[in-house]
Structures are given as C-alpha cells and as structure tokens.
Design a protein around this ligand. Structure first.
Ligand code: ZN
Length: 136
C-alpha cells in the first residue's frame, strides 16, 4: 500500500530522561513501558502508551549525537513525528519521487523493534518526519 497508515508516535527531545520519565508519568498517569538505548543514534529512548498513541522521549548519550545537537540548537521540545507504514522501502521510494529530501535512503534498525528512516525537515515545512515499519 503506497501511503502512510497513521501517526505511530511523537518524539520529544529531553535533557534528562529520568526527570522527563517522572514528569510524563505524572502527566499521563502511566509509566513508560519500555526504555532502550540505540547506540548508533547516541540516544536513550523511553516509550509511553496513551490510548492508541505513543510518546517517545529521547535523551542523548553524547553531545555530538543528533538529539544532543538538536537540544543545543533548539532546546527541549517536539523533535519528530513518526508515521507507521507497511512497506518502508516502497514509501521512501514514493516520497523521493515526490521530491522529498530523505535523510536515510536505506532504513535502519531503530528503537521499539522498528525499521526507521527520516525525511529532512527542509522538505517538510520544518518538521522532521520518521517513517517506521514493524519488524515482524
Ligand atoms: Zn521516533
């Protein structure tokens, strides 16, 4: 299917993951269901389920990592919107043909058992877009 299915999660960049976990647990009334470090992205993530939706908190493990750089430049806040797709390679191909600038032409293993790839905010009115596909 050549389209986006739904918003899979919102990614929020935070400075201190423990502090943010406590805060979002208070806010949402649920504890994170998963915490995971993705070494290749220099990031530790935690995930909350809110009904059908998910929130991903992202804290950097290194100042040079993408989240470290993002926070240095823009501060904490919404970092990306992730969309669920059935076939990530097909969607990347479609988006590239539509003129979107891909950060990852080849999907990589991300957090939460997904294949992920990012679309550059320059080509999406300033919003970093993540595509993700469940690894079955
Ligand atoms: Zn994400």
């Amino acid at each position: 299917m050549d389209h986006i299915n739904k918003i899979e999660h919102l990614g929020i960049a935070v400075k201190d993951l423990d502090q943010a976990n406590d805060l979002y647990e208070k806010l949402l009334g649920v504890a994170p269901y998963k915490q995971e470090t993705v070494t290749s992205e220099a990031v530790t993530t935690s995930f909350f389920k809110v009904g059908e939706n998910k929130i991903e908190l992202l804290a950097t493990t290194s100042e040079d990592g993408p989240i470290g750089k993002f926070i240095a430049k823009k501060g904490e806040g919404i970092h990306h919107i992730a969309f669920d797709v059935d076939d990530i390679e097909l969607e990347l191909d479609r988006l590239e043909k539509e003129g979107f600038q891909l950060i990852n032409k080849i999907p990589k293993k991300g957090a939460d058992n997904k294949l992920v790839a990012f679309v550059h905010p320059k080509s999406t009115n300033g919003v970093l877009i993540e595509l993700c596909q469940d690894i079955k």
